[in-house]
Write a protein that binds this ligand. Structure first.
Ligand code: HEC
Ligand code: HEC
Length: 243
């Protein structure tokens, strides 16, 4: 049995390939613990693309890949949402401190990567006069009757041509008043959709919805009006990102 160690060595070499001899590990092949991954694209593909789409488009959830989103998003708020999730919606908690899977460093990498833009940067002309992406504190709570009336008017002006006069579905957009939809979406997500649009799905943003760009007040009003159709309190609206 003299040749056995040699044979074993040969088998090992054949199995591993010459570059992978013990003592010469290729750093690229080294197993990475999930908590060690620091590549934005890999983190995004692993944890986010299933809901937000492969390059931040065409997913069921918010179009994070629109350059307009990247330009308008507040990096502190983006990081907070990734860490804490949005209660009452499918957006999960990612911070390990909250039971999620990502380290503080990974949260930073994701927030910085989204802010840098998944698909390039937005032109200045599309940004001029844009309404704030995050609703100001104090906008929440019970909307006044006057605001709801203004919101209904804004809906008729900017949304009805696609989503139907009653908001229950129209020429190209689906129903926005389904309890099953409204119950799972926060006011902030509605606001983001109205401002950024879903160009991947054929919906224009704040500049293109109507004959003139929407004002910040009109955005807030239409979101309040949509939200007023939720069937009960304590649903997604309470998970909204502004306190
Ligand atoms: C299971 C589906 C799901 C996964 C996975 C997911 N998200 Fe989300 N995300 C959502 C939904 C749904 C919303 C909208 C929540 C709401 O109603 O406010 C959202 C909202 C967000 C927002 C806020 C958008 C805004 O309106 O400003 C950010 C930022 C975000 N997600 C980032 C991420 C990142 C980064 C990852 C991966 C680490 C991720 N999400 C993974 C479903 C998901
Ligand atoms: C030019 C047509 C068009 C206009 C104008 C338009 N939408 Fe849409 N909207 C769409 C299409 C198409 C979709 C994708 C299909 C669907 O979900 O109904 C969509 C989707 C949505 C969604 C769901 C987004 C998601 O991520 O699932 C919301 C919320 C929405 N629209 C709100 C509005 C509001 C509010 C207005 C007015 C301020 C508006 N839309 C104006 C066409 C339009």
């Amino acid at each position: 049995m003299k040749e056995k160690p040699l044979l074993l060595a040969f088998v090992l070499v054949a199995a591993l390939g010459c570059d992978s001899l013990p003592g010469r590990p290729d750093p690229a092949d080294r197993y990475q613990r999930p908590s060690e991954v620091e590549d934005f694209a890999l983190l995004y593909a692993t944890h986010c693309s299933g809901c937000h789409g492969a390059d931040g488009r065409n997913g069921p959830a918010t179009n994070l890949g629109d350059p307009l989103y990247a330009a308008l998003a507040d990096p502190v708020e983006v990081r907070r949402v990734i860490a804490e999730g949005v209660a009452g919606t499918p957006m999960p908690v990612f911070a390990q401190t909250g039971g999620g899977t990502l380290t503080e460093k990974q949260l930073n990498i994701l927030a910085e990567g989204l802010k840098a833009g998944l698909n390039g940067s937005e032109s200045a002309s599309r940004l001029r006069g844009a309404p704030p992406l995050t609703a100001k504190a104090g906008v929440r709570g019970q909307a006044s009757t006057a605001q709801l009336a203004r919101g209904e008017q804004a809906y008729a002006t900017y949304c009805a041509r696609c989503h139907g006069a009653e908001g229950t579905g129209g020429a190209s957009g689906g129903s926005l008043l389904e309890p099953a939809f409204l119950g799972l979406v926060s006011d902030q997500a509605l606001r983001t959709t109205v401002i950024v649009g879903r160009e991947d799905l054929g919906m224009p943003g704040w500049q293109g919805a109507g004959e003139r760009p929407m004002t910040a007040a009109e955005v807030s009003d239409v979101v309040a009006w949509l939200g007023s159709h939720r069937s009960s309190a304590g649903d997604a609206a309470s998970g909204v990102s502004i306190k």
